[in-house]
Design a protein around this ligand. Structure first.
Ligand code: ADP
Ligand code: ZN
Length: 598
């Protein structure tokens, strides 16, 4: 079988190519190279899987994600594709068996770890084998600036010299321009066709709320996700453990994950997360690179990430399967102060620190924006979304703004009159005219600013200060215990030349309003559960994750269409020939039983 369209339908069970898939495949089919930037869930794998099948020889996939190779191979095997992997987890004789299969043309696809590939013995093996293409996955690992840098990726440039006639495709979901250039240069892909897809993830709903009682807020958010897998990100190791413990008390199946745990504990927890349907991973950023689980339904942040890039990457782990997913976060001024302190303590040049500061401000800006968050997020990556998305909190629940010019002036002059040496709590006491010990001690009750803002409550003042920091009018001096300092940009405000619109923070009551459930309203829940049970049984019997049997989307379509014979079953997306044969009858039985009961 050598026609890509036919392979798409018969092997994968899909009817149409998505986005640039078809074009990318045709470049490889004709022997050309490609550099592909596509967001997570965009459908990158198909771009090299289909040509691996359609071209003569075996497709070699280079991936740093050793822990996932087994599941990836299992998923391909389910489709009737002859796949294997070579990495350090194999015994010598297992590796030899794989090598023999490769040499005798019994493999369609082979996953290889980069450190393995660049060994001379592996290259010699490849010399003797028929090769359809090289796919370099997670290609941003060549970037020395990124935190995923792998030195072996640099050595992959050898492929161009050694196999000039074999097409190469490099793939990544990393957005920025500099990384793109580095990939092209370091992998010698200057001549490759470039495909840059938009970075929008339309199925992810963005929500960012003010942190007031994070655990209660999290519990309320998770009420919708009793039966789903998700990730909760925290800044510190201790917090991941405390939060996981607390979630377990609340009846969730939660696990902590951070770099301080033994590697076998981490591996076991990651395996549970990947293989089961409803595990919540409470993790530091140590968790995530290449979490290739398609059915992660939410990513929650209890602490604000340092940059928009990190936020995009972390939230991007939700909803790879294209089904509705949520990115939820709570944040407050305290997060900013904590991150600033960490930055100040870190090593690095002044220039580096300034750049970090800049990026933190952009993240803060995304939190405070009063218009569509998706538009703001994409704008950061240089993309224009013409209309508000309708799928973020600001679109769904428009933010009220108020004229905060006078309040801003009061807040700024409070910081100014006290010598820019005090933190937010003291400044609020001053504005509200509270005679605290500290106010009296510094004689701040004699300042003209004392009590001028008594009519506004402390929460509202906190909101004003937070937004002034986010706007860059005030900065937090970490070396002086979070003292608020005036920036150049506040001059026009103090002179009355600039108008300041502030967002009205939503009170907790309003934030509690639930806007969604993970399942479409018209789905028959009993049938859905029965299909999930059936999927779980098949998965357990083979020791693979449930999504390897069928994705949620396929089960939802079964619920909606209720096929009663194999022919109708074959028309459902994600059911190719092999899966139809293997699972079709079992699922048909579940549907029949359900219809008989109804
Ligand atoms: P990426 O590697 O870019 O994150 P994947 O290759 O894992 O994305 O694909 C994401 C999901 O989309 C998978 O569930 C995949 O089966 C599905 N998919 C990919 N291409 C198509 C297509 N042409 N039609 C339907 N589903 C597709
Ligand atoms: Zn929006």
């Amino acid at each position: 079988m050598s026609d890509p369209q036919q392979i798409l339908e018969q092997t994968f069970g899909y009817t149409d190519f998505r986005g640039a898939q078809e074009e990318i495949i045709s470049v490889l089919m004709s022997g050309g190279d490609a550099l592909v930037l596509m967001p997570t869930g965009g459908g990158k794998s198909l771009c090299y899987q289909i040509p691996s099948l359609a071209r003569a020889g075996c497709g070699i996939v280079i991936s740093p994600l050793i822990a996932l190779m087994q599941d990836q191979v299992a998923a391909l095997t389910q489709l009737g594709i002859r796949a294997a992997f070579l990495n350090s987890t194999l015994t010598r004789s297992e590796a030899e068996a794989v090598e023999a299969d490769l040499l005798t043309g019994r493999l369609d696809m082979l996953y290889v770890a980069p450190e393995r590939l660049v060994q001379e013995s592996t290259l010699e093996l490849l010399d003797a084998a028929g090769i359809a293409l090289f796919a370099i996955d997670e290609a941003h690992c060549v970037s020395q600036w990124g935190h995923d840098f792998r030195v072996d990726y640099l050595k992959l440039a050898v492929l161009e010299n050694r196999y000039p006639d074999v097409p190469r495709i490099a793939l990544t979901a990393t957005a920025d321009e500099r990384t793109r250039e580095e990939i092209s240069e370091r992998l010698h892909l200057e001549g490759a066709r470039r495909f840059v897809a938009g970075f929008d993830r339309p199925n992810i709903r963005y929500r960012i709320a003010l942190k007031n009682n994070p655990r209660t807020q999290l519990a309320r958010f998770l009420a919708d996700y009793r039966d789903a897998a998700g990730i909760v990100y925290c800044l510190s190791r201790k917090k991941t453990e405390d939060t996981a413990e607390w979630l377990v008390d609340q009846g969730f199946d939660a696990l902590a994950y951070h770099a301080g745990l033994d590697s076998d504990v981490r591996a076991a927890r990651q395996a549970r997360f990947l293989r089961e349907e409803a595990v919540i991973m409470v993790a530091t950023i140590a968790f995530g690179m290449g979490i290739d689980k398609p059915d992660v339904r939410f990513v929650a942040h209890l602490d604000m990430p340092k940059t928009v890039e990190a936020y995009y990457q972390e939230t991007g782990r939700a909803g790879r399967d294209g089904e509705p997913a949520e990115a939820w976060m709570v944040y407050g001024l305290q997060d900013v102060i904590k991150l600033r302190q960490m930055m100040a303590a870190s090593e690095g040049s002044e220039e580096h620190k300034r750049a970090e500061q800049h990026r933190l401000n952009a993240m803060l800006g995304l939190c405070e924006v009063t218009t569509c968050r998706r538009q703001a997020l994409l704008r950061y990556f240089g993309e224009v979304l013409p209309a508000p998305c309708g799928n973020c909190d600001n679109c769904l629940d428009p933010v009220e703004t108020w004229d905060g010019t006078e309040a801003a002036q009061m807040a700024l002059s409070a910081a100014y009159r006290t010598g820019q040496r005090f933190g937010v709590n003291h400044l609020i006491d001053l504005l509200r005219g509270e005679r605290t010990e500290k106010i009296v001690q510094f004689r701040h009750d004699r300042l003209p600013t004392f009590g001028v803002g008594a009519g506004v409550d402390a929460d509202q003042w906190r909101s004003v200060f937070r937004q002034l920091v986010a706007r860059g009018n005030l900065s937090v001096a970490v070396d002086r215990f979070g003292a608020l300092c005036l920036e150049e940009s506040c001059r026009p405000i103090l002179r009355g030349e600039e108008h300041v619109d502030l967002r009205r923070d939503v009170k907790r009551r309003a934030a509690a309003k639930q806007t969604k459930t993970p399942l479409p309203a018209d789905i028959d829940v009993a049938l859905w559960e029965a299909l999930r049970d059936c999927r779980r049984e098949f998965a357990e019997a083979q020791g693979v994750p449930p999504y390897v049997v069928f994705h949620d989307r396929t089960l939802k379509e079964m619920c909606a269409r209720m096929p009663t014979d194999l022919e109708a079953m074959a028309g459902i997306s994600g059911i190719g020939e092999r899966k139809l044969e293997k699972y079709g009858p079992g699922f048909l039985e579940v549907i029949e039983r359900h219809m008989a009961q109804a």
